[in-house]
Design a protein around this ligand. Structure first.
Ligand SMILES: [Zn+2]
Ligand SMILES: [Zn+2]
Length: 268
């Protein structure tokens, strides 16, 4: 078993937050903060993760489902004596009111982040890579620790070449599987929103996620988590089946998880 653990506190269009933990030290960092303080604290505790062991925050992009609860959560962490470094691209800072607010309130130390950087957090190496999304900039992450590696990609209309490279060879893979294309067309979303979600700057469909998973399969892959699953244009069952079929077809033993909006899922 590897050292990295991914605690997905919430995933979906109503709020996103995940903790990457080095299980050897119990330290970790937070990816995004779109989950209210009460649920953030409760699900961290349920994961067995002590929030006082957070060593930093990385922000994928400025959309509110990824940033809206920074203020309340960081205020809660400040009461525990924490003032964390928060890594965000300058364009994300410009675009995100919650990020600017926590910076101006002195609740964190905002530091610039860009694709190709290597950020050292809690003894782990975090490699941001660009995703394709309708924010000014957006990122996924490859996290490495000792010989272990994790890949994290959400909010991307397709998988750019560099993102695919960054996700290759990981033991734990968190991969967006946002919508079922048929359900998206009949879900009642206005046409412009359907177009946006299905576009190259939108979100990965179940079929796109399955195709990417197939390309990423290797013998060291141990677990897959379907991420950012829509509650309007998908069900939790469809990604489990669609991605699960890739594993079954290739007789691959990796565990299949689905991340939820309202429930903790720990992987690894
Ligand atoms: Zn999102
Ligand atoms: Zn987004």
């Amino acid at each position: 078993m590897g050292r990295l653990r991914l605690h997905i506190l919430a995933s979906g269009s109503k709020g996103n937050a995940a903790i990457v933990e080095d299980s050897a030290t119990g330290e970790g960092f937070l990816i995004d903060c779109g989950l209210c303080k009460r649920d953030f604290m409760a699900r961290s505790a349920e994961a067995g993760f002590d929030v006082r062991r957070l060593r930093g925050i990385v922000i994928t992009h400025a959309h509110s489902d990824h940033t809206k609860c920074l203020g309340v959560v960081l205020r809660g962490l400040a009461k525990e004596g924490l003032c964390l470094p928060l890594y965000a691209h300058p364009e994300t800072v410009r675009e995100s009111e919650p990020v600017r607010q926590v910076r101006d309130d002195g609740l964190c130390d905002v530091r610039p982040m860009a694709a190709g950087d290597v950020i050292s957090l809690a003894g782990m190496q975090v490699h941001p890579f660009a995703t394709s999304h309708d924010a000014a900039v957006s990122f996924g992450f490859r996290v490495e620790c000792a010989a272990d590696a994790l890949g994290y990609l959400t909010d991307s209309g397709h998988v750019p070449g560099a993102a695919h490279e960054a996700l290759s060879g990981v033991r734990l893979l968190a991969l967006e599987s946002n919508h079922d294309l048929g359900m998206l067309k009949t879900c009642g979303y206005p046409y412009y929103l359907q177009q946006r979600i299905a576009s190259d700057q939108g979100h990965l469909s179940n079929a796109q996620a399955a195709a990417e998973l197939e390309r990423l399969l290797h013998s060291g892959l141990e677990a897959v988590a379907a991420m950012h699953v829509s509650q309007e244009s998908n069900t939790y069952g469809i990604p489990r089946r669609t991605l699960g079929e890739v594993l079954t077809r290739e007789e691959h033993p990796a565990h299949m998880h689905v991340a939820y909006q309202q429930q903790l899922v720990s992987v690894g």
